[in-house]
Design a protein around this ligand. Structure first.
Ligand code: SF4
Length: 373
């Protein structure tokens, strides 16, 4: 029986985000590591490798699919209520010890992580997304930048079929990969994990490329929302949160910032869960920094009005949420407050069509994915 690595190495295609350097080595630009890769070796992510001086990248499979309410990604200002057909791949360029998707993200790094890849084509994924009633197709669960070529191939098909597209990403990008995906992407969520470069180095990255990605996405008109998973003792200090929020506000006070609750996971099983008061404190820091749309997530019903969207001018409530469920929706067809006419930053449907689901589900048996193992 083939190993997972052998299977993944057979499901590849030559990538586009690289250049040759000396002695049959090459440099990959799909993420901020910009790995120089010698012949016969893989990059930090373990899924892109140099064979014969060419870069080979994942192709023709997914690590899994799931239908999520778009609020779960989370996007609160992009087509509220839409179903987000979500696919993940395998591998990651970081190795966060608290990863909540570690079974797929660390599949080639951690022997305890194993996930069955499923054969897939852009046509199959888009057809299934439409059959489920999805409005958005999302590359998520692991880091989408490291499989950017495959995501773009799928997104081309999705956009031709009238779907919106999105990345849920750690934001460790490069100008090359961002230019590459720009024509094919509508929404982008960046997981801004900390505002301390030393913390990022513990996770296997650097903060610089992530901040550059946030600036680039905003300047280039990609709808952007930011999430910070609040972890007690790691990234929840007032000073760090203040710097983080002030940075976001310096890019744009329109950017929604979600502070979400950590629950014990993976190698941080001993770390206590985030409390509602921790989220409320972080949210207040965000508002004091000038951010207009700050949300608290993962503790439904326990964070007061921090699940709701308010008009920034007249403070009228526009969207009332409980977890992923939308209880009330009042944004107008042209994306404004119905009471005072103020524009609400985001991407809005002409009308709210309800929700197919307010919790995730796996597509049913009519979806014919074939296991590659
Ligand atoms: S995607 Fe990132 S980690 Fe993977 S090979 Fe390319 S630069 Fe390295």
């Amino acid at each position: 029986m083939s190993s997972l690595r052998e299977i993944l190495n057979q499901n590849v295609r030559e990538g586009e985000l690289y250049e040759s350097i000396e002695r049959n080595r090459l440099r990959c630009y799909a993420c901020g590591h910009c790995c120089p890769i010698a012949e016969g070796h893989a990059g930090v992510c373990k899924v892109r490798f140099n064979q014969g001086g060419k870069l080979y990248v994942p192709w023709g499979y997914v690590g899994g699919v799931q239908c999520d309410p778009i609020e779960k990604k989370p996007f609160f200002h992009a087509y509220p209520g839409a179903l987000a057909y979500s696919f993940g791949m395998l591998g990651c360029d970081l190795h966060c010890s608290y990863c909540q998707n570690w079974v797929t993200s660390q599949a080639l790094r951690d022997p305890h992580a194993f996930s069955v890849p499923l054969q897939a084509s852009p046509e199959l994924l888009v057809r299934d997304a439409i059959r489920q009633g999805a409005k958005v197709l999302v590359s998520t669960y692991n880091e989408p930048l490291i499989t950017a070529e495959w995501a773009v191939e799928i997104f081309k098909e999705a956009k031709a079929a009238g779907l919106k597209t999105a990345f849920v990403s750690n934001g460790n990008g490069t100008p090359q990969v961002l230019e590459y995906i720009r024509p094919w992407i509508d929404f982008y969520k960046v997981d801004l994990k900390s505002f301390d470069d030393q913390h990022y180095r513990q996770l296997g990255g650097r903060i610089g490329p992530i901040l550059d990605t946030i600036r680039w996405l905003h300047e280039n008109g990609v709808w952007l929302e930011i999430v910070t998973l609040l972890i007690r003792g790691f990234n929840d200090g007032d000073d760090e949160l203040k710097k983080l929020a002030e940075f976001l506000a310096s890019v744009s006070t329109d950017i929604p910032w979600h502070v979400t609750a950590f629950h014990s996971d993976y190698k941080m099983a001993e770390t206590p869960d985030t409390r509602a008061e921790d989220l409320q404190r972080a949210a207040q820091i965000g508002k004091t920094a000038g951010l207009q749309f700050v949300y608290a997530g993962n503790l439904p019903g326990r964070v007061g009005e921090l699940e709701d969207t308010f008009c920034r001018r007249c403070r009228s409530r526009l969207i009332h949420r409980y977890g992923y469920f939308i209880e009330e929706y009042r944004v107008t067809a042209n994306g404004c407050c119905p009471d005072c006419g103020e524009r609400v930053p985001g991407r809005w449907a002409e009308k709210f069509e309800g929700q197919i689901a307010d919790r995730p589900f796996i597509p049913g048996r009519e979806t014919n994915f074939i296991s590659l193992t």
